[in-house]
Design a protein around this ligand. Sequence first.
Ligand code: FAD
Ligand code: FES
Ligand code: FES
Length: 1259
Amino acid sequence: MGKREEIEVHLSINGEEHIVKKEDLDRSLTAFIREVALLTGTKVVCDEGGCGACTVTVKTAPDAAPIAVNSCLVPIYSCHGWQVTTIEGLGSTSEGLNKVQAAIAAGNATQCGFCTPGFIMSAASLFEGSEREVSMSEVETALAGNLCRCTGYRPILEAFKPFCADASEECKARVSDIEDLCPRKKFCGKRPEKCEEIKVPLTYNVALEESGGFFAKVQTCKEVTEMLKKNPDCSLVAGSTAHGIFHELLGKAKKFIDIRDLPELRSTLFNGKKVVLGAALTITETQNFIRSLSDKPGFKYLKFIDTHINWIANLQTRNVGTIGGNIALKYLIDSSFASDLFVIFAGANAQMEIINKDGKTVNLQMTDESVQRNFQKIALIKSFSLPSLPDKDIIYQTFRVSNRTLNASAYVAAAFLLELKGDVIVRLESVQDGACFKSNPDLQNSLTVALLNIQGKKLAEVLANIDSLIGTDCSQLPLNLIKKFLLSFTDKAPLNVQYELSRGVQEFETDASVWPLNQPVIKIEALQQCAGESMFVNDMPAMTGELHAAPILISGKPGSRFDLDALVTDVEKEFKSSGVVAVITYKNVPGINSFIPLDYHSSMVEEEEIFFSGETKVDGQMMGLVVAKTRAKALAAAAKVHSRLTYWMYRCEVRKPTLTIDEAMKKGGRNVIVGPAKGRAENDKLLQGIHKSISGKMEIGNQFHFSLEQQSCVCVPEEGGMKVYSATQWPDMVQCSVSRALKVPANTVQVKVKRIGGGFGGKITRATHVAVACAVAANALKRPVRLVLDLKDNMRLLGGRAALKTEFKVDVDKEGKILNLDSAIYQNCGHSVNDSPLLYKTVKFYFDVGYDSSRFRVSPFECLTDTPSTTWCRAPGSTEGVVFIEEVFEHVAAELGLDPWQVRMANLSENDRKDSPLPQMVLDLKEKSNFEQRKKEIEEFNNQNKYMKKGIALFPLKYPFLLWGNYHATVSVYHVDGSVSITHGGVEMGQGINTKVAQACASALGISLDKIKVEAVSTLTAPNDSVTAASIGSDTCSLAVTRACAEINKRLEPARKALSADATWLQVIQKAYETNVNLCYNYMFSPTDETIAYDIYLAAVAEVHLDVLTGQKKVARVDVLEDVGRSLSPLVDVGQIEGAFVMGLGYWLCEGYVFDKENYGRLISVGTGDYKIPGTKDIPEDFRVYFRKNAPNHQGVLQTKASGEPAVTVSVVVLYALRNAIAAVWKDHGITNKHVKIDLPATPQNIINAISGRGQDQN
Ligand SMILES: Cc1cc2nc3c(=O)[nH]c(=O)nc-3n(C[C@H](O)[C@H](O)[C@H](O)COP(=O)(O)OP(=O)(O)OC[C@H]3O[C@@H](n4cnc5c(N)ncnc54)[C@H](O)[C@@H]3O)c2cc1C
Ligand code: FES
Ligand code: FES
């Protein structure tokens, strides 16, 4: 390696210097921060740069600007000389929060808090790193790289606005509220005072001893070519972000040449004729430079490139990812990577300067086909040069369509270049790339033909005949983009669906006379969450001797068998030197190899294996665990085993996987369980007076929970028993299943849950699987074991919300009143029927949401398929049941040309006609949302616009609700200072249960909230408790706590009487203590005490804007009016409604499973790259939430109603609004009174399919 200096890697974290030990050099920056620096505020979710949970602020050199980076993508060996700030470096609850942290707390912008540090670090980096004040829009764009599943983003985006230059004075005034929470007024974090003293030589070498490789920093291109000659197996690294999206392809290299700071690759030039950009410029630096030139003659087109860059990846990735790295990746892996930079540079006829391996410098056209073929001969890309394009004659534009507005790869990215001579189009070129070309290879040809067809024609002629020239089938996006581009030259240019700033209204009343009940308080954990101090399972400090486990997931068709003994022996032997300690399989299970305790709950119908024991049921099944000394080693070994599984596969008969409801129904037999039909008897006479008979169907897909905290568990064998720290919604089930699997009494298994980072039903039975597997490993090895699933494993192993389908035939009269309804509901249960009583809940809601169901008949079918067993997911069954019956009304309304509300009113049950508050709520909401007026305006807009349509819809909902289950609460009062501890049976997962319970306790005891602390759930103090799910936890635990407090109050009576009336709380407690009063009480709520059932009413209005040519849409405005009774905690309830609505919005508009039909039936839509939950720019742009006024719930707990789930269900209003927008397109084609057929989720491609009449729902 010549004379390059060998160095140790030094970096500072929050001002403290760290020297990276040799054995830690294989870690990412996130792993180093969490596992070596022991700062667990920085979270890890995806490890692929897609979620932002691991965001930290970085200064790569003392004089560099601070930037936000995804620390999971940064190898620690590349951090020499870096100054890193983590959430802990900004501020703490003991020393005071930083402004940005306090803004989130004050803005009620946390729920589970798992994503919170990442958001704060993104915003803090932006505020600190900008030389000028930032705008509100910049903040929203900067936060697009961070995902949150709980809050619906609105409060997070709102929280930072007071710091922005363009905020209103009223908004800026909020800074003083924020400052009340933070004595530290700065944006920046702790910086080392003497950091400059970390010596960073110009060139150096870091030996990576574990892998036998090295990381070399070089200074010249010549050094690079020479090194490559000597070490042909070397890989260049610049920003090192590519492995986030292409793990397998790029993860094998061991020797790295770091070209990030190579001066020859970092230069920029502008000479009036061209712009030259060094290949090692980051994408952000490139954007800034380009922006500064975009007013220059010949370079105005750079404005499009500037805008387009905002759509690439996310700010954290753009801050370190280089333009050279991006383009190199395109040439290296071509079809798997849709490179936006390639499209926008090549589309502008950019040239590339490269250095060949023989050291020669060559200039090439980027689109030159030989580059791709010969890329292996290229040593390095040096620079790109963008030409001047005469502003008058040459027109350049770019477009992009993706499944999420920002932070999503392109479904199609396009750049167009058009040259006019006079009015003749002499040149029309387009470079396009994206996923749509992968699924349809003929598209490139169609594109080329269409472009050639236009070239040489007069622009006016083209515009007059655009449909016939390009074709009227609007289902091909690349062709639609040609139209969109050309139409931009007309005075009727198609409008773009532009997402403006998000905003919102939260309107509720609060009765100060009952505070702290009904008081809008910030969450009791908010400050800790914002300081990164909230502890989740994987934040527990490592224990002595602790080991890490990673699952081996089966790759194989149903029926595959494996030689497990050989696998265990081979892996333990081969990977021993890589830190692997053991492979755990079903043979290590002393008791029953199942995590489902039969007869424990009605939803648990059959055993489900912890570890595979014979024949593969489904690809992705858990075969066993690799247990190793570190998580990275366990994951690496599991990945290698996984890739070689066929080596241990027996020759055996395998089955083609059955994946869908239709396939299962076709197969019949054991694949279909026919449930009992509900409703009108089959032979009951059909009613006469039928005006119309209508048939329809609707299919809704799967939804993954996507809680940011992945399934996690730490098990500690202790004195013959097992302490289980599990991220579960159901500690009792974990206790029960672990004791069965380990064959030990339940009292030797203690389960503790402090909080979980989102649950949404995914951590009910499925968390038990993970906990039991972990306990088996800990028991077998007699050492603490930590099992934290990787996001992709989590998605492959554990099912989500089930896919369902309904088919119906309905007879109606002229008003749309249902005379007869026959329907079938099918559920794809996955490989097991466990958790599928969901189907019966679906049917129950179909009948029970306020309509006259006397003429309904429904036949349910459970379909078993070779896919992961599905499970509960927020508002399970209720959402599907409601949406299926509402689909009938929507369909009828469309076919009869009636308002859907009229049809619903015609079908209201007698009771609801008399008692329901919904009609009044609908009137109130219509008024608040100015519905009728907007509807008219939208109609006018649609009449005048062909390529952009708007849709508005209103949807009312009655949501029946019942409290059930056993829930304990223990209240302990301490004589020392009168402070109070509570532990209850409900798991805090972001829904605010602890805040509500504390408010109930403070009210019952007459003390202030700050005297109360809520402790972890434990099976010791909350034995036999039910699951925290179905929105019941907060109510039941608040009631249990209120009753426990009532008993304590009773016990305090004598002390109160003995003291004067003005005695303080502390005096009363101390007096009681002196007289040996028991100041601890445990109460259990149970439905045998009383039945609490009530209905929750909601109404929602949504307005959606649709780009007809691209299928892109925005949810422009949503108004939700919800009846929450007298809310126990209004800010918590607002958060629940907003978060639930946005989760539902994802379900309808962008989330869905994709199975690989050819390859084992594997779920391929895994990870942040292939599964898109809504991001910051997908939420309603204008989001208004109102509580129904003056409506205390006298049947409920403390007059409140539950708020966690119904808003998921009501979110279907966005689908109705979207359909109305599509119906407006159909109307232009003369099609009216037809139900709009659309496949779900409503992605851009599915939308343009629907527009062209290719949707699912065709009969
Ligand atoms: C979450 C995520 C989302 C993304 N979304 C998008 C997107 O929507 N659109 C898009 O276009 N891109 C997207 N990307 C890709 C991103 O832009 C690239 O990861 C990035 O630009 C690569 O740059 P890098 O400097 O990190 O490359 P590295 O990771 O350092 O290197 C990548 C490859 O390029 C080679 N290389 C690097 N520099 C050179 C050079 N100068 N000469 C020759 N070879 C070189 C390396 O040897 C390596 O093989 C996304 C990435 C992530 C992680
Ligand atoms: S964990 Fe780093 S971006 Fe998701
Ligand atoms: S609060 Fe954002 S993921 Fe839970």
